[in-house]
Design a protein around this ligand. Structure first.
Ligand code: PLP
Length: 411
């Protein structure tokens, strides 16, 4: 309560803008995930690791637009590349060499990706992957893991009639579902992102790939978030060979994008030159600002840069656990590469049900306490790093978590 009162005191302009927005935009927002009570902070600008809100308060950015900004906000090379395209025409009703350039970067990095087709978002890419799997197998059912997020549209949600859901990290349940239902595709994230940043074990990820193959289903690996964590994706790390890879976020360098990639024989089902092909259009598919910004972003995301970022994230996870323990609170910081999630529990959850079971009102309180410390995080406890954060920034982050946990411990 005290935290909410303080929050209101420091965010009067955010409150006013939000209230005004609520008159013309349902709930005052246009992305469900960005809402939290009593109302979200309204941001106005971002530069590198720094965000500014409409009340003039600065924050260190640990959200990076939900992992898509690997080099921070308004990353100059990406801005320059996108601006150059804007001045030459942002998108044409024709193929373009900028699309070819990004496609080649992706095929060079991802071992299972021979060809690439672009969309405007990861959601659209997942939908296209589902359609492709249904066409390739002649089946309709999609297998998803509980707590997975591939997009917020019906065919990708657990309550869709064509979807079966099984617990993550559970090979036996996956095998059972594959024997019982005629499944077109097994969709998997290398770690549950929205479900609490819960890594899949190598045995699980390799196991479901094998099971899918055994039962004639396609294995669809959603690398929308995981590509920021390793140069050649999780598929490169674990030598997985997904039939289709779903991509998005960092590959657009901060601009809207999504893509699917895979073997030529499968991908050719979407080719206009293929008889009876899957028609897939979109006025803004392969937008050139995104292709140009994404290409330079990936070129600046080499093995060493990724390793450095992941190491910083591992240290931060340890620091968060340590300062929480110092405040007398049990906390686990689960981690996948440079993405972390705080859980108020003594043992890390291994699936979404366990994560939900330990979900605590303390997460919301921690979020507000960190905002007061000038640290921008997510209400569900997920944070991620960008290359724009320096060592001093990260020390500030640890100190802020320490004070925030102290506040939660003795309010
Ligand atoms: N897949 C994963 C793993 C994601 O994390 C997301 C977005 O958070 C998506 C797909 C959907 O991508 P988009 O938000 O670009 O539609």
């Amino acid at each position: 309560e005290e935290l909410v009162a303080e929050y209101r005191d420091h965010t009067p302009r955010s409150a006013a803008v939000f209230q005004h927005a609520s008159t013309v935009m349902p709930g005052g927002e246009t992305r469900s995930v960005t809402y939290y009570p009593p109302y979200p902070i309204v941001l106005s600008e971002g530069h590198g690791a720094h965000l500014l809100d409409v009340d003039g308060t600065e924050y260190l950015d640990l959200v990076n637009n939900y992992t898509s900004l690997i080099h921070g906000n308004a990353y100059r090379p990406a801005v320059q590349a996108a601006t150059a395209m804007l001045t030459q025409g942002a998108v044409f009703a024709s193929p373009h060499e900028r699309q070819l350039d990004l496609a080649e970067l992706l095929t060079a990095r991802l071992p299972a990706v021979e060809q690439v087709r672009f969309t405007n978002s990861g959601t659209e890419a997942s939908l296209l992957a589902a359609r492709l799997a249904q066409r390739a197998t002649g089946r309709t059912t999609i297998l998803l893991f509980d707590g997975a997020y591939h997009g917020s549209t019906a065919p990708l949600l657990a309550d869709d009639p064509n979807v079966v859901t099984v617990p993550y990290n559970d090979l036996e349940a996956t095998g059972q579902a594959l024997t019982q239902r005629n499944i077109a595709a097994v969709f998997a994230e290398p770690f549950l992102g929205a479900g609490g940043v819960i890594p899949g074990t190598p045995e699980f990820l390799q196991g479901i790939a094998d099971q899918a193959r055994e039962f004639g289903a396609l294995f669809v690996l959603d690398e929308v978030q995981s590509l920021r964590n390793s140069f050649s994706g999780e598929q490169g790390l674990l030598d997985l060979r997904p039939d289709i890879t779903v991509l998005g976020k960092v590959i657009g360098g901060g601009m809207p994008i999504g893509a699917i990639g895979g073997r030529e024989d499968l991908m050719s089902l979407t080719a206009a030159t293929t008889k009876g092909h899957i028609a897939h259009s979109g006025t803004f598919n392969g937008h050139l600002t995104a292709a140009a910004a994404g290409a330079v972003t990936l070129r600046h995301l080499d093995e060493a840069t990724i390793a450095g970022l992941n190491l910083k994230a591992a240290r931060l996870a340890d620091d968060i656990r340590r300062v929480a323990a110092h405040a007398g609170i049990d906390v686990q910081a689960t981690r996948a590469g440079s993405i972390l999630n705080v859980h108020f529990t003594a043992t890390a959850p291994v699936n979404a049900e366990q994560a939900r079971a330990v979900s605590s009102p303390l997460l919301g309180a921690l979020h507000l306490a960190l905002l007061r410390e000038g640290i921008y995080t997510t209400p569900r406890g997920m944070i991620n790093l960008s290359t724009a954060l320096d060592a001093d920034d990260l020390s500030r982050v640890t100190a802020a978590y320490s004070r925030a946990f102290q506040r939660l411990a003795d309010p």
